[in-house]
Design a binder for this molecule. Structure first.
Ligand SMILES: [Zn+2]
Length: 135
């Protein structure tokens, strides 16, 4: 175990949150490495100082306000609600656009099916020619 590996795990070591075998390996490293021992000591002093701080008092209603803000942030109108809010003209436009997309897809799909490997032109050229779009 090298110094970098030990320092990554020092938090857990100080807090006693690791398996005994890993604790022993880190303890063994700290006995032989002054730099890591210094890091561990600083971390332990900081943890002890933080543990001595008085508990924080949360403002009344903080939890409720936080949850309300969270719900407001993630709740979005669903598709059904969005559809109900559209005017008749907008609903018609959405349906027309979807229908146009379906027709374009059907035409393009049909054109692709009619291509043969020996057509001598690229797929796009053949497609454009068949639809009269090719310059
Ligand atoms: Zn070390």
């Amino acid at each position: 175990m090298n110094c970098q590996d030990v320092r990554k795990r020092l938090d857990a070591w100080v807090d006693g949150e690791m398996p005994a075998s890993e604790t022993e390996r880190i303890t063994g490293h700290l006995e032989n490495c002054a730099k890591c021992r210094q890091h561990a000591g600083a971390l332990r002093r900081m943890t002890t100082a933080l543990d001595r701080l008085p508990p924080l008092k949360t403002p009344a209603g903080l939890s409720q306000r936080t949850m309300q803000a969270f719900r407001k942030g993630i709740e979005r109108p669903g598709l059904a609600e969005w559809w109900r809010e559209l005017s008749l003209a907008m609903r018609s436009a959405v349906c027309g656009t979807a229908l146009a997309g379906l027709i374009c897809g059907a035409v393009l799909g049909t054109s692709l099916l009619s291509l043969t490997p020996d057509s001598g032109t690229s797929l796009y050229q053949t497609l454009y020619i068949s639809e009269g779009f090719y310059p």
